[in-house]
Design a protein around this ligand. Sequence first.
Ligand SMILES: [Zn+2]
Length: 233
Amino acid sequence: MYIGKAKNIKQRVRNHFRTAKRHMLENLYYLDFKLTGTDLLASIIEADEIKKFWPPYNVAQKFPRNTFTLTTYTNQKDELKLAIKRSKSPELSPLFGSQYNTRVYLESWVQEKKLCPRLSGLQFKCLNKKCKCANIKKHNKLLEKVAEEMRNYLPSFCLIDKGRTSQEKSILWINEGKMKGYAYTPELPEMESGTLDGLIEPMKEHPETAAIIGKYLAEYMTSSLQHKQYIAL
Ligand SMILES: [Zn+2]
């Protein structure tokens, strides 16, 4: 009837008892919990279970989350431009849970491919006199090529973090831009898909979980990886 996550589950449950509506308490006869190791895993498992069981009291989560991807369009001046688009299916990038993360991801491509910041939708004006946008036809061609590359670029990696106990690690497996599943393990195995397959608790991705991992995809691809351990596959 209700699924939730908390850092301090005892306190959260106590709070629910204090603030919950009467009919919720009257219908309650069993409580259970699951340790997860990290806030990220807790969020993913929570979103996944809500999607599976659709509990009547998880009202807030019943509204689908916004997810974003990147797309191209041609404007009235025949300029091909990149843009962030609200969408439930990925186009030129994996799905992200916020415009901010989509932008971070976009910035890394613009920088690497030396695209015009204006035609990439990052700036209103282009201040660089030597920019490739001086020749629109050329820039359009370049962007077409980059867009195709973006469409086919789907990273595969594992995110290693704390487990449920201090002797354990958690592994979150992202395969071609999508979450494949997670595992807890006392020792890190060979990070190959063959070995991981047998270990992992498989998960189906949906917009809610895609939105959660989008942040880590953006982080992974812009390599601002400070506290987390990412292993490329
Ligand atoms: Zn430019």
